[in-house]
Write a protein that binds this ligand. Structure first.
Ligand SMILES: [Zn+2]
Ligand SMILES: [Zn+2]
Length: 320
């Protein structure tokens, strides 16, 4: 069994639904219910489940944090965005504070949105827990220590009760961790970022966020096609639409839904998860982006097997 659990899917900055947005969702739902006979709680629940996701749900607002679950007792987590806070609460609720846990973090890069959850990760404050922070940046330890120091934060790194280590990885070199074969890859982003390919039990998940792609560069393209090769799931930075990515936001260090489809199709990947959502986009806009991406995939499929496309949201679990 292998599963990806999305705890944070928003790019750059956490966002929350406003009262006005909740009200608009309620008005849409009640309007859809007019004239319907909903005699039981079960009927109401079934009605709500059939509503469009942008009406009945939300993509959510936590920044990048994705858990890879593979049946082992060690926890494997990509990035320390604000989604790490609810992940930590969930682990304490499941295992209790007294049973020591081992957490492996794989850090894409050191921008705020990918580290901001760590000071709020409650297991870091519990003695007996062990945390290994893996990453390719030379400044990895320095950046995490700096975040937990005054004047930015009242608690210092050295006062955290858990045992914390750092593990420097080398791009292109596969390492066995927690039962997974993990391979990092350098990506184009300000200050560099790294994607991670996880393999176990013949299943593959690729976590590739905060990466701009220059597909006209054949070698760059080949490198990513190889990195995504036959993956069961590719978590992909699709912050922009192609029009945005190609025009005003070129060189901003992010990618688009269209580039994600092209690379995944060329790689024979099975499923693409749009990820690192633009904070300005509301639920309706993100739902439209997903629809457009699915239509685009159909148009350019040309006899290849269908690439399944999903848009990641906080709380989504994908079984592989
Ligand atoms: Zn980011
Ligand atoms: Zn970044």
């Amino acid at each position: 069994m292998m599963r990806a659990v999305f705890w944070g899917t928003r790019g750059s900055l956490p966002v929350a639904l406003t009262a006005a947005e909740v009200r608009a969702k309620l008005i849409a739902a009640v309007t859809a219910a007019r004239g319907r006979d909903l005699p039981s709680g079960g009927a109401v629940a079934a009605f709500v489940d059939a509503l469009p996701f942008a009406t009945a749900g939300t993509f959510g607002g936590h920044t990048a944090c994705v858990e890879i679950v593979g049946g082992g007792s060690e926890h494997v987590i990509c990035d320390l965005g604000s989604g790490l806070r609810p992940l930590g609460q969930s682990k304490i609720a499941t295992f209790g504070p007294a049973r020591p846990q081992l957490y492996h973090f794989f850090v894409s890069h050191l921008h705020w949105d990918h580290l901001m959850g760590f000071p709020f990760f409650a297991p870091a404050y519990i003695p007996g827990n062990r945390i290994v922070i893996h990453g390719c940046h030379a400044e990895l330890e320095e950046a995490v220590r700096l975040q937990l120091s005054p004047p930015g934060f009242p608690v210092t790194f050295s006062s955290l009760a858990a045992h914390i280590e750092f593990d420097r990885l080398v791009p292109g070199q596969t390492k066995e961790t927690a039962g997974y074969s993990v391979t990092p890859k350098l990506q184009l982003h300000a200050g560099d970022s790294y994607g991670y390919r996880f393999e176990r039990y013949g299943k593959t998940v690729v976590y590739s966020t905060d990466s701009e792609h220059k597909l006209e560069d054949a070698e760059e393209r080949r490198g990513f096609v190889e990195f995504f090769r036959n993956a069961d799931l590719v978590v992909f930075d699709a912050m922009y639409s192609l029009a945005e990515a190609a025009s005003v936001k070129a060189d901003w260090g992010h990618s688009s839904n269209v580039v994600g489809v092209e690379l995944c199709q060329a790689a024979g990947a099975r499923r693409l998860a749009l990820f690192h959502h633009e904070p300005i986009h509301d639920d309706a806009r993100l739902a439209r982006l997903l629809d457009e991406t699915r239509r685009f995939e159909e148009i350019v499929r040309e006899g290849r097997p269908r690439l399944e496309i999903i848009s990641a949201y906080d709380g989504l679990a994908v079984d592989l």
